[in-house]
Design a protein around this ligand. Structure first.
Ligand code: DC
Length: 216
């Protein structure tokens, strides 16, 4: 029987977690699960329903009728592919806001645990090494300076034709860092047994090779 293993990749917004995790998944032939996409899908649904972020009761009701899944790497919200709709600045903020609700985290963390229960996975997010898989075989905490992260995110948004300025992206990144690391429920923090990787002056290939060299 083949042993399964989980690789947890946590860190702040724009640190390159998803690019790196996707490449590692391909190299190791395991599944990549983007947990941020799950919070984004819910954020999108809240926005589309015109619900205010502070309206906890309505979000609770909405969550009861919400199904979020992955099929062939695409994120599926209530049966529809929404991968192409969840990378806007508005959805980023909505994801960060709704992810602070403990009842949201409870449902999505359970779904994530099921996704990684019976196969080897690399999962990226904020709380994978601390809450989703505290017993993950491998844990990395990927960071970069806030200017470098804003630069990467800005270039990504511009390439997609979004109308944004670097300054706005930097302000948004700092705001999300603040939200994600100061919330009461599973705030962003490095697990004690995670290895920290500052990628400010590393290329994607260097990070991928480094992580793969650690996987036995
Ligand atoms: O990784 P991302 O930027 O796509 O995540 C979007 C938001 O979702 C992020 O601001 C915080 C939240 N998130 C979380 O709270 N826990 C996770 N495991 C993943 C994302």
């Amino acid at each position: 029987m083949k042993a399964i293993y989980r690789i947890a990749v946590d860190g702040p917004s724009g640190a390159g977690k998803s690019t790196v995790a996707k490449a590692i998944a391909k190299k190791l032939n395991i599944e990549y699960i983007d947990t941020g996409a799950m919070y984004r899908a819910l954020g999108l649904k809240i926005l589309n329903n015109g619900i205010e972020m502070k309206d906890e009761d309505s979000i609770k009701e909405l969550l009861k009728e919400t199904e979020i899944d992955f099929v062939n790497g695409d994120i599926i919200l209530d049966g529809q592919v929404v991968s192409h709709l969840i990378r806007t600045p508005e959805v980023s903020m909505a994801a960060s806001a709704c992810s602070a609700y403990p009842f949201v985290r409870e449902k999505l963390v359970k779904a994530q645990q099921q996704l990684g229960a019976s196969k080897s996975v690399i999962m990226d997010g904020r709380d994978i090494g601390t809450a989703v898989f505290p017993d993950a075989e491998y844990k990395f905490f990927v960071t970069a300076s806030d200017e470098e992260r804003a630069k990467r995110r800005y270039e990504e948004l511009i390439a997609k034709g979004e109308d944004v300025t670097f300054e706005q992206v930097l302000v948004d990144i700092r705001q999300r860092d603040y939200n994600d690391s100061t919330r009461a429920a599973s705030p962003l923090r490095k697990a004690d047994d995670a290895e920290e990787l500052d990628t400010t002056s590393m290329t994607i290939d260097e990070v991928v090779d480094y992580v793969c060299s650690k996987i036995k």
